[in-house]
Structures are given as structure tokens and as C-alpha cells.
Design a protein around this ligand. Structure first.
Ligand SMILES: [Zn+2]
Ligand SMILES: [Zn+2]
Length: 93
């Protein structure tokens, strides 16, 4: 079993509800929406930015996977190579 943390998250903009893809390095920082230019704080535990999914490279086939947020913390099989992956939250979240 390989543990993999999200490379980033898909969240809904609190201003316009469009889906945004944001790298995990912006966690805890202020970001602005590319659709409506509204700014907000990218805080996964806060009420403003709701993550709907995350993305991460498969540890086996190196392909990028988009995974629904409900699978964070669970063990899944890669849909491309069927390799087993344990998705773990980023440390410090
Ligand atoms: Zn927006
Ligand atoms: Zn894979």
C-alpha cells in the first residue's frame, strides 16, 4: 500500500460557484477566482472554500487522478492501472 497526499484540490468559488483547481501550496493563503476575480481564503477546514475533489499523481502509473473528496483518507484502486493507493490528507491540514 502506497500513501499519497493530494497535490491540490478542486473547490467551488464562494462567490460564483465555479470550480477552481488550486495547488495545495496555497492552503491557508488568500487566492482569487479566475472566473469572477473574487478573493477568498483557501482554507480546507473553513466554511468558504468547499473542496469537491482533489488531484494527485498515481504512485504506480504516474498518471494524474481526479478523486472525489469522500475518498480522502481511504484506500482505493487506481482506475487506470488498478494499483492500490491510500489517500492521506496533507499533514498540517
Ligand atoms: Zn468566482
Ligand atoms: Zn495508476
Amino acid at each position: 500500500m502506497v500513501e499519497v497526499s493530494p497535490s491540490g484540490y478542486y473547490i467551488l468559488c464562494p462567490h460564483c460557484d465555479n470550480e477552481l483547481r488550486i495547488n495545495r501550496k496555497y492552503i491557508g493563503q488568500g487566492v482569487s477566482c479566475k472566473f469572477c476575480a473574487g478573493s477568498f481564503r483557501f482554507d480546507l477546514s473553513g466554511p468558504t472554500a468547499k473542496p469537491v475533489a482533489f488531484y494527485s499523481d498515481c504512485a504506480h502509473c504516474q498518471e494524474e487522478l481526479r478523486v472525489a473528496i469522500k475518498y480522502l483518507g481511504t484506500k482505493v484502486a487506481c482506475k487506470l492501472c488498478n494499483g492500490k493507493i491510500h489517500f492521506v490528507p496533507n499533514s498540517g491540514d
